[in-house]
Design a protein around this ligand. Structure first.
Ligand code: 7TS
Length: 404
């Protein structure tokens, strides 16, 4: 058996999405900005995809959804353009974000710091989230933007986006959320939250890689990152990627149709896996209250077992998991999100992220439970440190046993 449990890194393209895309590679390849029929043939499909996106996230006619090449671009666009609009050409100098954003936000913030912008990286609590009152305490007269993710890619923990949005609205500060791990996984309705900008990525919800989008509330001004042929109303130049636009719209419609049902099915499998691992192994911990997590995610630590060793064993059993974000997995550093939550350095080297999808089956879960347990036993048996340390050997396993 072969089991893919790295869906927070990327997902399989839904075969229905592939089918919807194919005609726009083959027959309808014209440039949609051309005036001839080769170009205009794809207009209805683009309109359909845009409508699918608006409906899926509850955007209204006044809002804008602009396609980009990925969420990394969407995140860069918001941060760099707010810097240009509100800091270079305005009287602000400050951005508030968190310690555990995706590198596409954190590295852009570091770049902006080099340009003289002040950035506050809010610490997370032991649940791995930032509470709204903490955000409020750090907003000043000089704050141009708050950028806080909707759900974290490594833990799945969901941030209080509604409350944070209200605070930003009351303080007159722009609010951007990286919605990559929320959109298509949990209900997202832009009418229910006050969010100015939201980044999305198709390959996280069974769409193609290499296409993202940015939601812009009330189509407000945002200096373009890419200047050129004035596509997308001049907001984002570059020939429209028609097949991928079609794929993104179709994938989001499929992901969000009956989303509560889909969530319940994935959650039941996730909880069964989590309960089985916590119940059968000593000294294992999962991060964050699972009722406040995206329903597909587990970040589990196994005392005495290096994450990379565990991945190796799982990989030998044809199980794909990760030690955290694939974007950072080439180095053997401790999991930075676990460190931010307060895990000690040793424990932060043992994090394994298991992320399911709607294609994960019960048989796959059974197989993973069995292989995971035997990998832990094997690796602990050969671990010199575990035999010596055994800090709470025999103690209860459970959620949130990570101490400051
Ligand atoms: N934002 C979040 C929260 C993400 O999880 C990712 C990808 C991105 C942005 C970047 O999206 P892209 O469209 O530019 O690819 N995250 C991960 C991950 O957790 N493991 O691999 C990639």
């Amino acid at each position: 058996m072969k089991v893919y449990l790295d869906n927070n890194a990327t997902t399989m393209v839904d075969p229905e999405v592939t089918q919807a895309m194919i005609p726009y590679f083959s027959e309808m390849y014209g440039n949609p900005n051309s005036l001839h029929k080769f170009g205009t043939a794809s207009h209805p499909a683009i309109t359909k995809a845009i409508n699918q996106m608006y409906k899926a996230i509850g955007a209204n006619d006044k809002d804008d959804i602009v396609f980009t090449s990925c969420a990394t671009e969407s995140n860069n666009w918001v941060l760099q353009s707010v810097w240009i609009d509100k800091i270079l050409n305005g009287d602000k100098n400050h951005i508030v974000t968190t310690e555990i954003e995706h590198p596409s936000v954190l590295s852009t913030c570091k770049f902006l710091e080099e340009q003289g912008v002040k950035v506050t990286y809010l610490p997370v609590n032991d649940q791995g989230i930032v509470e709204a009152h903490t955000v409020k305490a750090f907003i000043t007269e000089k704050t141009a933007l708050v950028s806080i993710m909707w759900a974290n890619n490594e833990t799945g923990m969901i941030f209080p986006i509604q409350e944070i949005g209200e605070i930003c609205r009351d303080k007159g500060v722009l609010f951007h959320t990286d919605g990559v791990q929320a959109v298509g996984k949990i209900p997202v309705n832009m009418q229910e939250v006050h969010v100015d900008f939201m980044s999305m990525s198709a390959h996280k919800f069974h769409g193609p890689k290499g296409i993202g989008a940015l939601y812009i509330k009330n189509s407000q001004k945002l200096t373009p990152l890419l200047h050129g042929g004035d596509q997308m109303g001049g907001r984002r130049s570059g020939t429209l990627n028609v097949p991928y636009i079609v794929g993104m719209g179709q994938a989001l419609e499929l992901a969000t149709t009956n989303i509560e049902e889909k969530m319940a099915t994935i959650r039941a499998k996730r909880d069964r896996l989590e309960d089985a691992l916590l119940g059968s192994l000593s000294d294992v911990f999962t991060v964050g209250d699972r009722n406040n997590r995206t329903p597909n995610t587990i970040l589990i630590s196994i005392r005495g077992v290096e994450g990379e060793g565990m991945l190796w064993d799982l990989n030998n059993s044809l199980i794909g998991a990760s030690t955290g974000s694939a974007c950072a997995s080439e180095d053997l550093e401790a999991n930075s999100v676990m460190l931010a939550i307060g895990a000690d350095n040793e424990l932060a080297h043992t994090g394994i992220r298991l992320s399911l999808s709607r294609f994960t089956t019960d048989e796959e879960i059974d197989y993973v439970i069995e292989r995971f347990q035997s990998a832990v036993k094997r690796l602990r048996a050969i671990s010199s440190s575990y035999a010596i340390v055994q800090p709470t050997a025999g103690g209860a396993a459970g959620e949130c046993h990570i101490h400051h």
